[in-house]
Design a protein around this ligand. Structure first.
Ligand code: BGC
Length: 369
């Protein structure tokens, strides 16, 4: 409900100041009159992750409803493929480019070509870095998302009751180092956890805390699982029991839980499964949450992000200037990129039905209910 409200607010903010007036019944005739008005290029990083398929569909369907033609491409997490797809779109004459990058700093040539062809570029979910040729950024508030990852551990591990005499034991995972979002997620979470580290109520036996050390290239869950297995065998012999894991991404959460189960967590006495959060609210994690394994996740409703992007594209296509954007938070190393930042929601067993099922994010059939 909050998310839908946010989408509506977003749409209104973007249209405010543009002089756009919807006469009664105008929605439909406007869509019809825009039919065939232009080709929009949309590039998503990979088809092998649930969220990007939802993102791609939301943007494509929304734009098509308004009468645009959409070239939607998935880049198989391969940077040369993504570069080629964007080059092809520029050659085809797309009117706007919507790009969710793999490596945020790897597309400077393509972005320069887009600028030369006067094609506005919208950085989708992940900020395009080190280029002046990025016009807008549409995402969630990544620092707040990270804060929610921290809050999940604070609540799930009851950190307010923890003391230095018996510290809570965790290990930390971060996202892909080439994805600027990883910075916000990590910083947001660590700022929440810092007071507990400072008073000795929270500890990391491996000592692996820096983002550079705990990052997971390309968000690869298999790589994270290997790291978790290594941590468990190196630092968790005897009666040292892992209580929690900071995870920035649902597949990493599930892989870490697998690694823990393999050494007796969840079955051996005195070794309950660690408290693990996550991000993206994927079907497998929702099932795991309902089964009492993964503790929580962060839902970033791709429908809201898609809708906000569609509104932004449509505003630009009408030659209007979007207003009400955040012009302070996101510096890509070369410029501050005007941003539209949506809210995310923590999902636990307690609110999963209301936040995920009742809103139609996943169906009962998908969740096996
Ligand atoms: C997105 C996350 C996603 C991750 C892996 C990040 O940039 O913001 O929602 O889990 O990439 O795809």
């Amino acid at each position: 409900m909050k998310c839908m409200h946010r989408v509506l607010m977003t749409a209104l903010v973007l249209l405010a100041g543009t002089g756009t007036v919807f006469a009664s019944g105008g929605g439909q005739s406007q869509s019809q009159s825009r039919a065939g008005k232009g080709l929009i290029g949309v590039v998503m990083p990979t088809r092998s992750e649930e969220r990007w398929i939802k993102d791609g569909n939301a943007v494509k369907e929304g734009l098509e409803k308004l009468g645009y033609t959409v070239d939607l491409q998935y880049s198989d997490d391969d940077i040369p493929t993504q570069s080629r797809q964007i080059d092809d779109m520029i050659t085809k004459g797309v009117k706007v480019l919507v790009i969710a990058s793999i490596d945020g700093s790897a597309l400077s040539n393509q972005l320069a070509n887009a600028a030369a062809a006067k094609i506005p570029v919208i950085s989708y979910d992940r900020l395009l870095m080190q280029s002046p040729n990025v016009d807008y950024y549409v995402s969630f508030d990544n620092y707040k998302v990270g804060g929610q990852m921290g809050d999940i551990l604070i609540t799930g591990l009851k950190l307010d009751q923890a003391t230095a005499a018996k510290p809570v034991i965790v290990e930390l995972f971060a996202g892909s180092p080439d994805d600027n979002n990883s910075v916000g997620f990590y910083q947001g979470a660590m700022d929440k956890l810092k007071p507990y580290f400072d008073k000795g109520a929270l500890t990391v036996p491996s000592g692996q805390i820096d983002r550079a050390v705990i990052g997971t290239l390309r968000w690869d869950a298999a790589e994270a699982q290997k790291r978790m297995e290594n941590l468990l065998s190196a630092y968790y012999s005897g009666d040292v029991v892992l209580n929690g894991i900071l995870s920035p991404y649902d597949p990493i959460s599930l892989s870490c839980l697998e690694a823990c189960k393999a050494v007796g967590y969840g079955s051996a006495p005195g070794k309950p499964l660690p408290i693990v959060g996550g991000q993206d609210c994927i079907v497998a994690s929702c099932k795991s949450i309902l089964a009492g394994e993964q503790y929580a996740t962060v839902l970033k409703d791709t429908r809201s992000l898609g809708a906000a992007t569609v509104t932004l594209v449509d505003t630009l296509m009408q030659g209007k200037t979007p207003t009400g954007l955040d012009t302070k938070s996101y510096n890509n190393g070369v410029k501050i990129v005007p941003s539209l930042l949506l809210d995310s929601v923590i999902v636990t067993k307690d609110n999963l039905k209301a936040a995920v099922l009742d809103t139609g994010y996943h169906s009962a059939a998908e969740l096996g209910l």
